[in-house]
Design a protein around this ligand. Sequence first.
Ligand code: TRP
Length: 443
Amino acid sequence: MTTDSRTRVLTGITTTGTPHLGNYVGAIRPTVQASRNPATQGFYFLADYHALIKCDEPSRIQRSTLEIAASWIACGLEPERVTFYRQSDIPQIPELTWLLTCVTGKGMLNRAHAYKASVDKNHAAGHDPDADVSAGLFMYPVLMGADILMFKAHKVPVGRDQIQHIEMARDMAASFNHLYGEHLVLPEAVIEESVALLPGLDGRKMSKSYDNTIPLFAPPAQMRKLIAGIVTDSRAPGEPKQTEGSALFQIYQAFASAEETADLGAAFAQGIAWGEAKHILFERIDAEIAPMREHYQALINNPAQVEAVLLQGAAKARDLAQPLIQELRHAVGLRALSAASSAQTPQGARTDGQQARAALPAFKQYKENDGQFYFKLVEPQGRVLLQSKGFVSPKDAGRAIGQLQRQGQAAWDNLKQQLDLGPDVIETELLANLDALAAAQDN
Ligand code: TRP
């Protein structure tokens, strides 16, 4: 994946609810557009591990995963063009979470907004600071860091409330790289400046936690009814209305062209009735959503099809995640015991294998005047560790070397008759060297 020069863009949506217009305008629509850019490689996923932090209703998580996946596809995300997957299908993500946990300062997590908000709330209520705070909520930024670093994302489109999490992911990557060498890419948050936060029915940010959302694919009658419920002031028809601070106007703006928006602004000034303005808003949203609704319904009615798409995406994602997690495991010292060990390898330094091999003794093969073939094992400083007796053919000498290189001590036991220890060399010294050679072969 590092040979691909495209910019890697990654984002996820937590699977705790039904996608609403705020998700659509803030996340789904811009990421679908961005995914068509041939200069980028897109990673889009359903953050169902994150859902467990906020939601203990299994059926809701399952339903939400289906709905968000179907929404993404119905809105034009092409699973063949991007990597589209469910977080919990990638076991390398929780594995990376632990590696990152061990390089993340607890103090940094103490300062995470979501955790701090819970603690502050408890304080205000006179409760224990950590009352009802799960370790999952506390660890949320680390899991999110693993999501991002797992795929070496360069850009992470998110809402403003998530910027801190991306900065923490950068910190984790930097700490890891500092300790273990240059393995992880430092990500950057991308905030869509043009996408204003979509207000909800009550004028506050549209969010499932405020229960003020308009479901993206609500049936038209329900959508119309919800729109009729958007808060307005009490100005009567004919009275000029203000666009500023009007939730209705802001939602319209997120769907309409600049020209259409200016027209509605003029209508506000001329005293359009709220009922009429809501009718115009419904028509405008419906014009954009209706063509995708049928596809959405078809997907919802065929969960097996969506499941198959996600499993395919997960296989693609794991093909990238597995080599990286292997590399990281090795970097931190979770290694086969036969692998050569050495100090850490900062960027530009020789790899463990190269370093170990350079310090190891080497076999030297040669022919003597007696017509026989010999070899010796020589340390870099020139000391002879092992001297062979004569072999009739170079092939036989080569075979003996091969066995010593691969099998170490076992080969020494077998070949002892034909080998002599070097002067001043004791057997355990030789054996340690043979084992190191065998380990370097495996590496
Ligand atoms: N925490 C994000 C949210 O609630 C969802 C998310 C999880 C995410 N992992 C991510 C977003 C990684 C971007 C990148 O909106």
